[in-house]
Design a protein around this ligand. Structure first.
Ligand code: NOJ
Ligand code: CA
Length: 567
């Protein structure tokens, strides 16, 4: 059984591209649709790795502009570009030295304006990354802050005396392997950094910091930016009394004793700041997406704000850490969906191993990534697709320590090889360097790029890319997939995760076999209002069912079936 999309469905999907709905995607600021982000498909572009227009081996903004038609055709409505601001690149852009400019390696502000306007012509929006917790140690604010204890910007960062000679102010650790405090011999104080020492934490208790940072968002909104993905929001505030974090059993990946980060993460003050930042965003109908690492659904709920007045889209990153089983997926989605907020599903990003490698069993990898597409793109909520997932890119991890670019990989080699593997260049063609660059790519591509690339997959109706396009088109063409409620089905099934998306316009059935053995689930939809349900297949991979009275669905290993249900 192969991927199959029905002839009539192609006609329908084609029609959908030309209906008023397709045009409605560009509502928003211009037409007053403040909820444009609800039905948009977001796509994360890691600019270093997307497309290199000038042959220096590093992707750039003009490269992204050249690929807008591809993204439009894929079904993308908004592009989130990870940091492209001036930066020493210690953390590949997450160390910003100027928030209101473009790093020359990526282009110029004029290139950025052109990208936004070309995107707009195609009905697409551009979202930027906002690195709120820290700047680069090369940022003018920090250079001044460090220059003396009396500097104007001293209190823009977190400076403290040590507890004693060679003793930092407390036991907080950097998540990137070092202590959380860096000593400055000139001023004889320590500054705090949750990430690399080159990423000093801003002091958000200082109103001047808030004012300057909020103005950064205004600068970009006025340039046509439609919102931000907020980096590391959890770490915005620290305990003013600098209490030690309590110890936990075990060691972390750097071999340090674990600690419970109750005094330097998720402090309640974060919420008041997000509420004020949201007010600014609302002036521009802009969206705020959060990098929100949470331990459970109730923590995730907090980021929406009590009255929905904080983040529009706090990312559900728990999804990337679930066991790959029907029960774990069902339990999690049930909990997220019933919690009430508008979910934001991500299955990977530039910090997380790609699903092809994470879940692949070496036999069914292609089917597994198609199943993932059939899953996160058919749920209620807004999906964020990481570049390259649509062609089934795999992690290409470094084999030797000397090849590692990501400092985490250097620090924790070989236990953790860092994040290079999920950041390799986009694979466009079968040519040398996969059509990404005419120069030497900053990271190598895997051998599989020869066959696994946009050009080759565009010609193959069974490809992962073809499947992604079909799911994305279905999502736009089938109202229940956009607006319908989520109803889990067959909840005792240990292998098959199934659900109905039901709206006033009908219902769509999604059936996912999260196992390597064939399954034949059958469905009784009487409780859902379908006394004698009929089904019409919309899209399948490694699955089949007869159109007509809903009986069982045949699923091969990791098969996915999507069908329309009627009375
Ligand atoms: C989260 C980003 O996604 C990651 O790439 C970065 O290293 C840290 N935040 C620090 O900014
Ligand atoms: Ca940074």
């Amino acid at each position: 059984m192969k991927t199959r999309i029905h002839g009539w469905a192609i006609v329908l999907l084609f029609a959908a591209c030309w209906t008023p709905f397709a045009g409605a995607q560009m509502k928003g600021k211009d037409t007053g649709d403040q909820q444009w982000w609800k039905y948009a498909v977001f796509y994360e572009v890691y600019p270093r790795s997307f497309a290199d227009s000038n042959g220096d081996g590093i992707g750039d903004l003009n490269g992204i502009t050249l690929k807008l038609d591809y993204l439009k055709d894929l079904g993308v409505d908004a592009i989130w570009i990870t940091p492209c601001f001036p930066s020493p690149q210690v953390d590949f852009g997450y160390d910003v030295s100027d928030y209101v400019n473009i790093d020359p390696m990526y282009g110029t502000l004029a290139d950025f304006d052109r990208l936004v306007s070309e995107a707009k012509k195609r009905g697409m929006r551009v979202i930027l990354d906002f690195v709120v917790n820290h700047t680069s140690d090369r940022h003018a604010w920090f250079l001044d802050s460090k220059s003396s204890r009396n500097a104007a910007h001293r209190d823009w960062y977190i400076w403290r005396d040590g507890k004693g000679p060679d003793q930092p102010p407390n036991n907080w650790l950097s998540t990137f392997g070092s202590p959380g405090w860096q000593y400055d011999p000139a001023s004889k104080q320590y500054y705090y950094h949750y990430f690399y020492p080159e990423q000093p934490d801003l002091n958000w208790r200082n109103p001047a910091v808030e004012k300057a940072m909020f103005n950064v968002t205004r600068f970009w909104y006025k340039r046509g930016v439609a919102g931000f993905r907020l980096d590391a929001v959890d770490t915005l505030y620290e305990d003013p009394n600098l209490r030690d974090n309590p110890p936990l059993p075990g060691k972390d990946k750097f071999g340090r004793p674990e600690q419970d980060e109750i005094y330097n993460k998720k402090l309640p003050e974060v919420h008041a700041t997000l509420q004020r930042l949201r007010k600014v965003a609302d002036e521009y109908d802009a969206v705020l997406i959060g990098e929100t690492w949470t331990k459970d659904v109730s923590q995730l709920q907090e980021y929406y704000g009590k009255n929905g007045n904080e983040l529009h889209l706090p990312m559900d990153l728990m999804l990337t850490e679930l066991p790959f089983t029907a029960a774990a997926y069902r339990d999690h989605i049930n909990a997220v969906d019933s919690a009430g907020g508008w979910p934001t599903y991500v299955i990977s990003n530039h910090d997380i191993r790609r699903p092809y490698t994470r879940y692949g069993d070496g036999v069914h990898n292609d089917d597994i990534v198609k199943l993932m597409a059939g899953f996160y793109l058919t749920l209620r909520g807004t999906p964020i697709l990481y570049y390259g997932e649509e062609i089934g890119m795999e992690n290409n991890d470094p084999q030797r320590k000397e090849d590692v670019k990501d400092p985490i990989g250097v620090l924790s080699w070989p236990k953790d090889k860092g994040r290079d593997g999920e950041r390799t260049p986009m694979q466009w063609t079968s040519e040398h360097n996969a059509g990404f660059t005419t120069g030497k790519p900053w990271l190598p591509m895997p051998e599989s790029a020869q066959a696994r690339n946009v050009e080759a997959e565009s010609k193959d109706p069974q490809s992962i890319l073809a499947f992604y396009k079909q799911v994305l088109r279905l999502r736009k063409a089938e109202p229940p997939l956009r607006e319908g409620v989520y109803i889990p089905l067959n909840e005792a099934d240990a292998y098959v995760f199934s659900y109905l998306r039901k709206s006033k316009d009908g219902a769509v059935l999604v059936v996912l076999n999260l196992s390597a053995s064939p399954q034949n689930p059958s469905f009784d939809l009487r409780k859902q209002g379908f006394a004698s349900a009929k089904v019409k297949g919309l899209l399948e991979n490694a699955a089949s069912a007869h159109d007509g009275a809903l009986k069982s669905i045949q699923l091969n290993a990791y098969g996915v079936y999507i069908g329309r249900i009627s009375k």
